[in-house]
Write a protein that binds this ligand. Structure first.
Ligand SMILES: Nc1nc2c(c(=O)[nH]1)N[C@H]1C(S)=C(S)[C@@H](COP(=O)(O)OP(=O)(O)OC[C@H]3O[C@@H](n4cnc5c(=O)[nH]c(N)nc54)[C@H](O)[C@@H]3O)O[C@H]1N2
Ligand SMILES: Nc1nc2c(c(=O)[nH]1)N[C@H]1C(S)=C(S)[C@@H](COP(=O)(O)OP(=O)(O)OC[C@H]3O[C@@H](n4cnc5c(=O)[nH]c(N)nc54)[C@H](O)[C@@H]3O)O[C@H]1N2
Ligand code: SF4
Ligand SMILES: [Mo]
Length: 905
């Protein structure tokens, strides 16, 4: 076999780690961190290091598929037919209803070249600003924050600043899970310089708090009040930089007047923290030689997202903590190329090169460069508004690329109604399994990570080359090429006989056209090309032509890209989040990420490894809250908001306060019937239009679903998923997951009020391979109880329990251990369904903490009780020695074990 290595970039988070892809030209065989890449210097997290294990080919979209009428099934077609059909529909729609009757909804996971092609297609060719991206759900509040306070959308810092800072404030970010390699860098810096202060501001006690000297568990949504309260104290104590304020800022008087009311007493009450904690925080911010803030969705995804961003930046302006090493406001970008999207102008209100669609001069500049008469002046729709207009019928053709809105947008009932109502939905996707794929009239198979080429910009403004290692499967094509091919067909219909706007033959050529649109702008990257990155390595913008290296830090001279060169204090008052707890909806639902899953799980959800850490959807509640509702871990509840409801199992979690609930954002309708975003609210920030995905008023009701089902089937996971998931629609509660490593299996848990039709169970058994062959069966029709186990070569390969599922965890363990002994046979043929020894709960400690070395929590706890410390555990068990993602949790277990001693001594 011809083994080769291709250096590329991880396709997950905005840290933008360099990866070395090991492959044979056809298949990806392994990945490792690229030691030469300046984002990660060889490190990878648990997601990056398992990239090669994910992305099951049987889940991939391989051929174009077209539906010729609503209600019909899609069938395979060829690329010419597919793209001609799409071009016809788009051209006819534009001709009949105008350019604003079509829309594009794209993604921060596209490459810069893909993004640019889409932008030109929408604005120059179609003539609409209806092009928005999932970054609207992610970074748009940070975009507004930077622009309002500093004048341009540019994170001013470098990763190096995390290592250089004396005080790091991590706010609304669980970077231990969401930006793990950066978190590793911070961990190392803190262990080298323990005097460095780390403050974490998060309603939950996350793994990130492991590093914190101070954790402010503020009440969700109260960040603006907190920041104003800090400024109040900074001013009072003179912990400010008068010289900087006078020379480089405007607007302090207004802010000063506003924060007068944010007294320590009132702020501590609003935020639910003590005045002493507030004071400690302010003191560190105000007196540390350097102060850096890192933030993510806890600030951005809010109806006060823009205010939160600017209120945080105020802290830097009042202390002069910007434009020098170890200091500055530093947003962590979520997706690998959300930055590239902002640069190429891929939010409806933007244009390439950090320009504004509403600015006539900017439009004229871009139109002239593109050689078109004009660009559209009408306001483009942002994500939430866009889907509203799809639902109301104004948008008649919708092109979606590289995002899964039927999972990730809030208020899913409305989103699904919109997709259902839309006359023509095109989906450009790498996986055909997503929730949105079900709504696509035209499915276009996209090449994915490792199969395509282009560039991405990470959180520190660094542009990396994403390189192709293997050929894309089936007929999948890179996004830029799909977009350009469609655009060429559409321009023949919309501007016949004119020179093509899309004469692109390679991503490098697209980049070279795009980069000149940044010339002379704040982000000027006109000196960068694909070849230059290949020669010099990844580079940070600005990098004007003629430059020899990129720019690590912005605003060193205190001059900001505003009209008068001064940064601006923003004095937005604190406004309480929508849907405060009330009698009807007494809990606040928070949502966020898990360590080993990525968004809607189209990729991570194909590998059983990704389920080792958290095996299935659970709603976390404080133990007191469980008690108040008379619930026990594992019970099913109906979780309800003003928009919808779903059934989910609860789990005890004291990292939350009573009054709060947490559900990971990953579980869409495929894995948890209904999906998390059935609950969330579409209310959005007035400036950034970013929706409030983090905060919803909810209530719990007991789910009275006495009839339960458990199924497990080994092998052909995707195929089983595809046949079994639709059959589960018969049940009220449905939760799917994967288990096992060498022999992955699909697991189904379901429940309903009534016993289902026999035909449903029969069909399920057929899919599970339990209707014939070596199957042990026990049926008790009187009690509607049935048990089936398939045993092949002495091992369980499929299980189905119906009517009563007490033995599910015991059976799952027997399957995992490859056992099918007499005990099993005895249990199977007996009328009782409880397992021997009453093992009716999941085995404690079965959770896999260390994914790289496959070490369970149980094994680690045993190690701790035998006296091992962290180095000892690493040496004995191997846990925490590879990517390090599990280290915070191991440390927590060690601390918990040490606590009783601390109390005694
Ligand atoms: N493992 C993993 N990593 C990822 C991703 C993934 O899917 N999986 N996705 C990537 C993407 S696109 C993004 S955007 C980032 C997101 O990265 P993060 O924003 O760090 O992740 P989240 O878990 O969504 O939210 C962070 C925290 O915000 C807290 N929070 C909720 N409400 C508030 C509030 O009002 N104030 C404050 N201060 N905090 C609040 C939550 O408790 C949560 O712990 O992660 C990126 N990295
Ligand atoms: N409740 C709640 N909801 C949230 C959030 C939250 O915190 N809470 N976070 C929000 C945030 S920050 C984000 S960023 C969004 C993310 O939401 P989505 O954008 O919906 O997330 P993904 O599942 O990553 O969708 C990307 C899709 O692109 C496909 N894909 C992968 N590679 C390629 C490729 O090369 N080309 C093409 N064409 N397709 C490809 C994948 O299979 C996947 O289906 O979710 C948002 N939704
Ligand atoms: S931190 Fe992990 S997910 Fe993010 S880019 Fe690096 S390896 Fe990929
Ligand atoms: Mo995101």
């Amino acid at each position: 076999m011809n083994r080769q290595i291709t250096a590329s970039t991880c396709c997950y988070c905005g840290v933008g780690c360099g990866v070395l892809i090991e492959h044979d030209g056809e298949r990806i065989l392994g990945v490792s961190g690229d030691p030469a890449h300046p984002a990660n210097f060889g490190k990878l997290c648990s997601k990056g290091s398992t990239l090669h294990l994910t992305g099951d080919l049987t889940a991939r979209a391989l051929y174009p598929e077209l539906r010729l009428g609503k209600g019909l099934a899609r069938s395979r077609t060829d690329w010419d037919t597919a793209l001609d059909h799409a071009a016809n529909v788009f051209a006819e729609t534009v001709a009949e209803h105008g350019p604003d009757s079509v829309a594009f909804y794209i993604s921060g996971q596209l490459l810069t070249e893909d993004y640019y092609a889409f932008n030109k297609l929408a604005r120059a060719l179609v003539g609409t600003n209806n092009i928005d991206s999932n970054s609207r759900l992610c970074m748009s509040s940070a975009v507004v924050g930077y622009k309002r306070s500093l004048g341009a959308d540019a994170p001013p810092c470098s990763y190096e600043d995390l290592e250089l800072s004396d005080c790091v404030m991590i706010v609304g970010s669980n970077m231990a899970y969401a930006h793990p390699v950066l978190f590793r860098r911070l961990e190392e810096a803190k262990s080298r310089r323990p005097q460095m202060k780390v403050i974490v501001i998060d309603p939950r006690r996350t793994d990130t708090c492991d590093l914190a000297d101070l954790h402010l568990a503020i009440l969700p949504g109260t960040d603006v009040a907190l920041f104003h309260g800090i400024v109040h104290l900074l001013l009072k104590e003179e912990w400010i930089d008068r010289e900087f304020i006078e020379a480089h800022t405007d607007g302090l008087e207004e802010l000063e007047a506003l924060v007068r009311d944010y007294t320590p007493q009132s702020v501590s009450e609003l935020c639910g923290i003590s005045p002493a904690q507030l004071r400690q925080c302010a003191e560190w911010v105000g007196t540390s030689p350097s102060f850096l803030s890192l933030w993510c969705m806890g600030l951005n995804q809010s109806t006060a997202g823009s205010a939160k961003n600017s209120a945080l930046i105020n802290l830097h302006l009042v202390t002069g903590q910007i434009g020098r090493p170890g200091a500055g406001p530093f947003s962590l970008t979520g997706q690998p190329n959300a930055m590239g999207g902002r640069e190429t102008g891929s939010l409806s209100n933007l244009l390439p090169g950090h320009r504004e669609a509403a600015n006539a001069e900017h439009r004229a500049e871009v139109a002239a460069y593109w050689g078109v008469e004009q660009l559209p002046a009408s306001t483009g729709l942002t994500a939430i508004e866009l889907f509203e207009q799809v639902r109301s019928g104004k948008i008649k053709a919708l092109w979606i690329a590289c995002t899964n809105p039927a999972q990730s947008l809030p208020d899913q009932n409305a989103v699904r109604a919109a997709l259902q109502a839309c006359p023509f939905v095109v989906l450009q996707e790498a996986f055909r399994t997503t929730e949105t794929a079900a709504f696509a009239d035209l499915l276009l198979p996209a090449a994915s990570w490792g199969e395509k080429e282009g560039t991405v910009t990470n959180s520190e403004r660094r542009i990396s080359h994403v390189r192709q290692a293997v050929v894309a499967p089936g007929e999948a094509r890179p996004d830029w090429s799909i977009t350009v091919d469609f655009a060429q067909r559409l321009e023949k219909r919309l501007r016949p006989g004119q020179t093509s706007l899309f004469a692109f033959k390679s991503p490098a050529q697209i980049f070279d056209e795009y980069k000149l649109l940044t010339r002379g702008r704040d982000l000027d990257l006109s000196g960068i090309s694909h070849e230059l990155i290949d020669q010099l390595g990844p580079q940070q913008w600005p990098f004007p032509s003629g430059a020899t290296h990129g720019t690590a830090r912005l605003y060193l001279d205190g001059v900001f890209p505003t009209a008068n060169g001064r940064a601006r204090f923003i004095a937005d008052p604190y406004l309480a989040a929508k849907e405060q707890r009330d009698a009807e909806f007494p809990l606040t639902l928070l949502t966020g990420r898990l360590r080993d899953q990525w968004h809607g799980m189209s990729r991570t959800g194909t590998a059983a490894q990704s389920f080792g850490h958290v095996s299935e959807a659970q709603l976390s509640l404080h133990p007191d809250e469980l008690g108040r509702h008379s619930l026990q871990s594992g019970d099913l509840v109906s979780l309800q908001s003003r928009r919808g409801s779903l059934i989910v199992a609860v789990a005890s979690d004291d990292s939350l306060r009573p009054g709060q609930a947490f559900l990971p954002m990953h579980w869409g309708d495929r894995f948890l019937k209904g999906g998390v975003n059935t609950i969330t609210q579409p209310a959005f920030d007035p400036l950034s239009k970013q929706p409030e995905l983090k905060y919803s008023g909810v209530r719990l009701e007991p789910a009275n679903l006495p009839w339960t089902l458990f199924a497990l089937v080994e092998g052909d996971v995707q195929q089983h998923f595809e046949t079994l998931r639709p059959l589960c629609e018969a049940f009220s509660y449905v939760s799917l997951s994967l288990a096992g490593r060498e022999r992955p299996a699909l697991l189904i848990r379901a429940a309903s009020l009534a016993v289902p039709e026999p035909a449903v169970l029969h069909a399920i058994d057929q899919c599970l391979g339990l209707s014939e062959g070596p199957v042990l069966t026990y049926d008790d029709p009187g009690r509607s109880i049935g048990k089936r186990v398939r045993i092949e070569n002495g091992r369980i390969t499929a299980i189905r329990l119906a009517g009563e599922t007490l033995a599910q965890h015991w059976l799952q363990n027997l399957w995992l251990e490859g056992r099918a002994d007499q005990e099993l046979r005895r249990w199977l043929l007996a009328p009782l369904s409880a397992p021997p020894g009453n093992a009716s709960m999941p085995a404690a400690g079965s959770k896999i903490l260390c994914n790289c070395m496959n070490v369970s929590q149980g094994a680690i706890c045993t190690g701790i009780s035998s006296g091992l410390d962290l180095p000892g555990l690493k040496q004995k068990l191997g846990c925490g020695t590879q990517c390090g993602s599990c280290v915070p949790e191991i440390k927590r277990l060690l601390a918990a074990a040490a606590q009783p001693l601390a109390i005694i001594s």
